[in-house]
Write a protein that binds this ligand. Structure first.
Ligand code: SF4
Length: 700
């Protein structure tokens, strides 16, 4: 019997894996506080990939003819595959320079893998070209949190604090479907008289559990937050003492919302002015009565070209009401991927070094270089963000931009399904001299690769994850991996050795974690005081957790942030002005509808794993639309529709529902198709693509 955590989302629900003979079953871990024994159906079926007939157990190599044409993937030995990868990477580096090689990581990798991958890129390859799919998860909230609060930790408090709020605003979160065990906090909050507000263009299962549901036109969420702050200011409900003592910049923000009266919000968002007032009145009345207002954002408002502005605007509302730092109040982000939090702290992001340090900070470079035993001047600088990196692949230099990478190593990411403008991304991948993918199965991205490396899955290896609360948890190996596969850490170490890397790359996860702790010491995300033994004994440890005090007493970790001071050097939060621009693409005669995308309960991310679990419903993609729109299009439930955008098209059956705006269609993104449609317009601050809205046409 092994206690561990679910392989999927950012709750990292605790579970027990029980081995009986060859069978491995999931049992509750009732005392783990995040989920108290509850799991969603993905958690219950998470052993379903074990022994799957599509599981890869031998490396695959694609031969290329002299004219560059690509043959079929064929089985190869590990030595042949790794030698080939190292040879081509070395050649590309020699011909095109270190930035000719790219590395693409994932928000599902353990902290140890994310750390080792960042170190591998900077030390073994010397490339600045590393980023990861977490850029497409919560980077807008991360960017806003850093700028406004001085520190980015998804929830700056334990998840259980949510039920202590008197009013909870869920902006762009479908918690009941994406993280069902967390929805119990909504029910408990309402049971004690609190109220839940959901902002979402669809009436989701979460909205069904709310007291007030506002359904804005996709891409207009920022206007709603500006309008709410306008009403807070107009009502004289600003907590002036809190604003004076704990923040800066409010006067400018106060002036900037002067024209966002409710009728203006209605004109932009489609939400009735009366509903905007109802929301503001609820927040104002709660704050005046000494109650607690909590705003949580998620991908629905973050995956936009103004996603970070929308988060900033909601943080402005929370600050104006004097909430952040109080228990059960303030602002938080519900991260999505399993290690969405830890994945952005340890160096697989283009602009970061371990410990959530900036790669452009000389002191951080010196500290991390010392841990790695290399000269700080040898470390590359900031690279391209995830989509910009993919867009640059295989491109020659121009007057405006340097040449793009010619070779790329991908760990734990199914880019062909999950990237925006996916047809274009697949074309860029095909232009590479070498694409290497490490994965469990032949995902759509692995199928394009020149070399596929079969790696272990979660129950077959040990490593830490950092969940949405900043709680570092330990996934423990429960079963022996099948013969022929290696861990990602072993792959990284083997390649580093072949590339004569000037540093060591341990393969024991606990050893890597100890090194990660040293590299993160003194940084915002300080893990130096966390050990595997402590995680086991304490149900996880919250960062920052610096090294033990001088007398040897361990630091307790930090479940709650911002009680006395924010993360900026002066301890104050920043009010920051945001200006509404709207979505990058607006409906027009050719593309008259809004398209939005999202998740369904039974699948996870690109579906590479969950689509292969037989006990999960694999419905395939569908097009959700309102009966009024269905009538206008002359279509009916189940009829196959074509959805077109400026980037591509897909066909899927109609699902006619009353729960979506009549001007909007929804497609889930777990299958090939949805991201052929989505827009690659980027948020200027976070470089988040606008997954959540673009102009579309639908025909029967
Ligand atoms: Fe796993 Fe997330 Fe479901 Fe929990 S809510 S069981 S972590 S997928």
């Amino acid at each position: 019997m092994t206690t561990t955590h679910c392989p999927y989302c950012s709750l990292q629900c605790g579970m027990t894996l029980v081995r009986e003979g060859r069978a491995l079953t999931v049992e509750p871990w009732a005392t783990f506080p995040v989920n108290e024994g509850a799991l969603c159906r993905k958690g219950w079926t998470s052993t379903g990939l074990r022994g799957h007939r599509e599981r890869l157990t031998t490396p695959l190599v694609r031969d290329r003819a002299a004219d560059g044409s690509r043959g079929e993937l064929r089985a190869a030995s590990w030595d042949e595959a790794l030698d080939l990868v190292a040879d081509v990477l070395s050649r590309v580096r020699t011909v095109h320079g270190a930035d000719g090689v790219a590395v693409f990581g994932a928000g599902g990798l353990t902290n140890e893998k994310a750390y080792a991958l960042g170190k591998f890129a900077r030390v073994a390859l010397g490339t600045s070209q590393i980023d990861y799919n977490g850029r497409w998860c919560m980077s807008s909230a991360a960017s806003a949190g850093l700028r406004a609060l001085g520190l980015d930790r998804g929830l700056p408090f334990p998840l259980a604090d949510v039920e202590k709020a008197d009013v909870l605003v869920l902006a762009g979160s479908n918690l009941a479907e994406t993280a069902p065990p967390a929805a119990r906090h909504l029910d408990r909050l309402r049971a004690r008289g609190g109220q839940v507000v959901v902002v979402d263009p669809r009436r989701t299962p979460t909205a069904e559990r709310s007291d007030l549901h506002l359904a804005p036109v996709p891409g207009t969420d920022l206007a709603l937050a500006l309008g709410v702050l306008h009403l807070v200011v107009a009502a004289g409900a600003v907590d002036e003492a809190y604003v004076a003592a704990r923040t800066t910049g409010f006067d400018e923000v106060r002036r900037s919302v002067a024209t966002w009266w409710p009728e203006q919000v209605e004109r932009v968002t489609g939400i009735a002015a009366a509903e905007v007032r109802a929301l503001a009145d609820l927040l104002i009345g709660t704050a005046r009565a000494g109650g607690r207002v909590l705003v949580l954002t998620a991908r629905g408002v973050e995956q936009h070209s103004q996603g970070s502005d929308t988060v900033l605007a909601w943080i402005n509302v929370a600050l104006a009401l004097g909430m952040p730092g109080r228990e059960g109040a303030g602002y938080g982000c519900l991260t999505g991927q399993g290690n969405g939090q830890g994945g952005r702290e340890h160096g697989q992001k283009a602009d970061q070094l371990p410990g959530y340090r900036s790669i452009e900070d000389p002191a951080a470079r010196a500290h991390v270089a010392a841990v790695w035993g290399v000269d700080p001047t040898s470390l590359p600088g900031k690279g391209r963000s995830a989509y910009e990196l993919l867009d640059a692949l295989g491109r020659p230099a121009t007057d405006e931009a340097p040449a793009g990478p010619r070779a790329m190593l991908v760990l734990g990411s199914n880019i062909v399904v999950s990237a925006p403008n996916a047809l274009h991304v697949a074309e860029r991948l095909r232009s590479l001299d070498l694409l290497v993918v490490a994965d469990l199965v032949l995902s759509e991205t692995a199928a394009l690769a020149d070399v596929v490396l079969p790696v272990t899955q979660w129950a077959e290896e040990t490593g830490t994850m950092t969940n949405l609360e900043g709680r570092v948890v330990l996934r423990q190996r429960a079963v022996t991996p099948p013969a022929g596969v290696r861990t990602d850490l072993e792959v990284i170490a083997a390649l580093a050795e072949r590339l004569d890397a000037p540093s060591t790359f341990p393969t024991d996860p606990e050893e890597v974690f100890a090194e990660l702790g040293r590299a993160s010491a003194g940084g915002p995300a300080d893990y130096a005081g966390i050990t595997y033994d402590r995680i086991r004994a304490e149900h996880g440890v919250f960062w920052p957790c610096p090294a033990p005090y001088a007398d040897g007493t361990p630091h307790p970790g930090t479940p709650r942030l911002f009680a006395d001071r924010f993360g900026h050097a002066d301890g104050r939060a920043r009010f920051l002005v945001t200006t509404f621009r709207g979505a990058a693409e607006q409906p027009c005669d050719d593309y008259p509808l809004h398209l939005t995308t999202g998740r369904v309960l039974g699948q996870y991310q690109s579906g590479a794993q969950t689509r292969r679990v037989k006990d999960l419903p694999d419905t395939g993609p569908f097009v959700e639309l309102h009966p009024l729109l269905a009538r206008r299009l002359g279509t009916a439930d189940g009829e196959v529709l074509t959805v077109r955008t400026r980037r591509g098209s897909m066909r899927a059956p109609a699902r006619v529902v009353e729960t979506i705006r009549p001007d909007t269609v929804f497609v889930p993104f777990h299958w090939v198709g949805a991201n052929r449609l989505t827009n690659d317009a980027l948020d200027p601050a976070s470089r988040m693509p606008e997954f959540k809205v673009c102009a579309a046409a639908v025909s029967a």
